[in-house]
Design a protein around this ligand. Structure first.
Ligand code: ZN
Length: 297
C-alpha cells in the first residue's frame, strides 16, 4: 500500500492506493485563490493531517506526490500556477513523516498511470496531455516515460503558439496553455454567460452542456478547440504517436470537445504526415490519474 497525493493548481487529493492501482480511500480539498497567499502552510497541513489518518489504519510503504510543475528529487523548482519556487517540500514533510517521499511532475505521473491501466495502455508510443489549470505533458516511448534526469522537460503548455500573445504565468507570451487550458475555457464561458466566479465545476459543465448550441458558447468552443488542435498537431508532427491521451478536468468535457478537436486536426491542414484517423482518448482514470501514477514512478 502506498499513499498517492495529487497537488493540483486548484485542489489537493490524498489517497491510499493498493499494488493494482486501486484507490482504497480518498480525500480532497479545493485550493482557493485567497489560499495562495499562504499556500505552503495549506499544503503541508492538509497533507500531514490526511497522511496521519491513513497511516493509523494501513501499513504504508511510501508516499508519492504529483506536482504541477518542475521538480528535482526533493524540491519544487517551479510551479507557476501555485506561485511556488525553490520549495523543499520533501524536506518539510519529512520532519513529520517517517516514510520515503517521492515527488514527480503531475503530467508524467498521469501518463504512466494511463499507460499502465487506462486510456493509452494499448499503445507502445503515445503522448499524454493534462488539461486543467495549465497544460502538462509527457511522452511514453516503448511503454516507458521519456524522462530526462536533470529537468523534467516536455512542457507542452509553454510552447509558443502566438507571437506577442497573451502573457503566461511563466513570464513568456503566447504560450499554448494561455489558449488551450481548461481554466481559459471555463473563464471564457463564465464571462460570456455572466456566471458567478465561484460556480462549481459540476454546475459549469451543466451550463455548457445546455448552452452549447448558443452562438456565443458555440463560438468559444470553436475557438478553443481550434487552439487545442493547433497545439496538439505540433506535437503529433514532432512525435508521431500511435495515440494521445488527455486528462485533467478536460475529461468532463470530452464528449463536447473531443470530436471537434479530432476533426480540426484531420481536416485543418495541420499535419505534416496526413492521417486517415487519429486516436485521442480521454483519460479513463479521470482526475485520479496523477495520484495513481505517483505509485508507479
Ligand atoms: Zn508559459
Amino acid at each position: 500500500m502506498k499513499i498517492g497525493i495529487d497537488l493540483g493548481g486548484s485542489h489537493i487529493s490524498v489517497g491510499a492506493i493498493d499494488e493494482n492501482g486501486k484507490i482504497l480511500t480518498q480525500e480532497d480539498i479545493q485550493i482557493l485563490e485567497e489560499d495562495k497567499r499562504n499556500i505552503k502552510d495549506i499544503i503541508e497541513n492538509y497533507i500531514l493531517t490526511s497522511v496521519k489518518k491513513i497511516i493509523e489504519f494501513h501499513k504504508v510503504e511510501s508516499i508519492g506526490i504529483a506536482i504541477p510543475g518542475t521538480v528535482n528529487e526533493r524540491k519544487i523548482i517551479k510551479a507557476v500556477n501555485l506561485g511556488l519556487e525553490n520549495y523543499d517540500i520533501v524536506g518539510r514533510l519529512s520532519k513529520e513523516i517517517n516514510l520515503p517521499i517521492k515527488i514527480k511532475n503531475d503530467a508524467k505521473c498521469a501518463a504512466i498511470a494511463e499507460s499502465t491501466y487506462g486510456a493509452i495502455k494499448e499503445y507502445e508510443n503515445s503522448l499524454f496531455l493534462t488539461l486543467g489549470t495549465g497544460i502538462g505533458g509527457a511522452v511514453v516511448f516503448n511503454h516507458k516515460l521519456l524522462d530526462p534526469k536533470k529537468v523534467p522537460g516536455f512542457e507542452f503548455g509553454h510552447m509558443i503558439i502566438t507571437k506577442n500573445g497573451r502573457l503566461c504565468n511563466c513570464g513568456k507570451r503566447g504560450c499554448f496553455e494561455r489558449y488551450g487550458s481548461m481554466k481559459v475555457f471555463k473563464q471564457e464561458v463564465i464571462n460570456e454567460l455572466n456566471l458567478d466566479e465561484k460556480i462549481s465545476g459540476e454546475e459549469l459543465l451543466k451550463k455548457v452542456e445546455k448552452e452549447q448550441q448558443d452562438p456565443a458558447v458555440e463560438n468559444i468552443i470553436d475557438e478553443f478547440t481550434e487552439n487545442l488542435s493547433i497545439g496538439i498537431s505540433n506535437l503529433i508532427n514532432i512525435f508521431e504517436p500511435e495515440a494521445i491521451g488527455i486528462g485533467g478536468s478536460f475529461t468532463y468535457y470530452a464528449d463536447i470537445l473531443l470530436p471537434k478537436i479530432k476533426s480540426k486536426i484531420l481536416d485543418g491542414n495541420l499535419l505534416f504526415n496526413k492521417r486517415e484517423d487519429i486516436i485521442i482518448n480521454a483519460a479513463t482514470l479521470g482526475n485520479n490519474a496523477g495520484m495513481i501514477g505517483t505509485t508507479l514512478v
